[in-house]
Design a protein around this ligand. Structure first.
Ligand SMILES: NC(=O)C1=CN([C@@H]2O[C@H](COP(=O)(O)OP(=O)(O)OC[C@H]3O[C@@H](n4cnc5c(N)ncnc54)[C@H](OP(=O)(O)O)[C@@H]3O)[C@@H](O)[C@H]2O)C=CC1
Ligand SMILES: CC(C)(CO)C(=O)C(=O)O
Length: 298
């Protein structure tokens, strides 16, 4: 049985680790430097039903990389390259699955890890870190897996244990399409909620009607052009967006939380992607939100 190594023991990484562990899978955490020399308690995962599940796991650091059998990367997008660079001893045969939100890292990861099987996971589970080693699973979602390079295509067998543990996991031959699908929702909800310091549900208030409409339109046009014949209709995108807003109404988006807590956001990989691919499509709202959030981040 393959051991899953979780790089990025934050909210989502811990929730996925917990679900794998619950199904009897072997799981390990590859920790960041700040954890070295500290006591590592068992991970306390609060499941969707509110039950506490304690997960015992052997903490690992980059010098243990040569033993890693399958690496799942759950760091924020801006930490992915730095975290991978630390794993100099990672075997070239070890598959690496990137789960970060946003896009724009693919080429750099391919350059950095040219021999490893590379995959992407697009995951819509919800997770919240309440404190170090205490994580809450806040929403059940889907997981899509796809290859980033030829070697990655040999790892479709990972689906079975992932589907058994996560409730859903399917293979996609066009994983970038799934990434853009998710990115489109994030590119509307995240910067607007972060900029206005509001919960997702507050976006339906009349004062946000016009800006929400305009941003939805900008993001739709950019993503629809990239998706070509696979593009959803604008109404379908609106309905999907509305559904996420309703289902996560009481939640604060990850970007709102990052900005409100003085952390770096993933704006470069979400709104930054929209700006980069606008290619003549006017995107004034996206540009203004991007500039303002970058200014506040600094
Ligand atoms: N939370 C959610 O519901 C969802 C999140 N996502 C995406 O998943 C990704 C992770 O999100 P989330 O779990 O919320 O983020 P968190 O900030 O909670 O977790 C990220 C973790 O990465 C760790 N990390 C950073 N650098 C390194 C390193 N060099 N080596 C090892 N670990 C490192 C951090 O460690 P430490 O701070 O301890 O040093 C932190 O624990 C993001 O891209 C997010 O957008 C996608 C879907 C849902
Ligand atoms: C779907 C959404 C917007 C939920 O808050 C999210 O993925 C995020 O906050 O990053």
């Amino acid at each position: 049985m393959t051991e899953w190594t979780i790089l990025g023991a934050g909210a989502l990484g811990c929730v996925i680790a917990g679900q794998l562990h619950q199904k009897g899978e072997r799981v390990g955490f590859m920790l960041s430097e700040r954890h070295r020399g500290h006591f590592h308690p068992n991970l306390d995962l609060i499941t969707l039903s509110g039950r506490h599940q304690l997960i015992q796991s052997q903490p690992r650091f980059p010098e243990h990389a040569r033993k890693v059998e399958c690496l799942m990367v759950f760091t924020k997008a801006y930490h992915v390259l730095g975290a991978l660079k630390e794993l100099q001893h990672l075997p070239k045969s070890t598959p690496i699955i990137l789960f970060n939100n946003g896009m724009g890292l693919t080429e750099q990861v391919k350059e950095l890890m040219p021999d490893n099987p590379l995959l992407v996971g697009v995951c819509s589970h919800g997770a919240m870190k309440e404190q170090d080693w205490l994580v809450r699973h806040t929403g059940k979602g889907e997981t899509w897996l796809g290859a980033l390079n030829e070697a990655g295509k040999e790892w479709t067998h990972l689906l079975k244990p992932l589907a058994a543990s996560l409730g859903h996991c399917e293979w996609s031959d066009d994983i970038a399409l799934h990434q853009r699908h998710k990115l489109a929702v994030n590119a509307v909800i995240n910067p607007l909620t972060a900029y206005n310091n509001i919960s997702n549900g507050q976006l339906v208030e009349p004062r946000f009607h016009d800006v929400l409409e305009q941003l939805t339109d900008e993001v739709y046009q950019v993503i629809a052009r990239l998706n070509g014949s696979d593009a959803e209709s604008k109404d379908a995108f609106r309905r999907r967006l509305q559904q996420v807003i309703e289902e996560t109404a009481i939640n604060y988006s990850s970007m709102q939380q990052d900005l409100a807590n003085g952390r770096k956001t993933e704006i470069d990989y979400i709104t930054g992607f929209i700006l980069k691919h606008a290619d003549g499509i006017p995107v004034p709202v996206s540009q203004q939100l991007y500039d303002e959030i970058k200014r506040r981040e600094a």
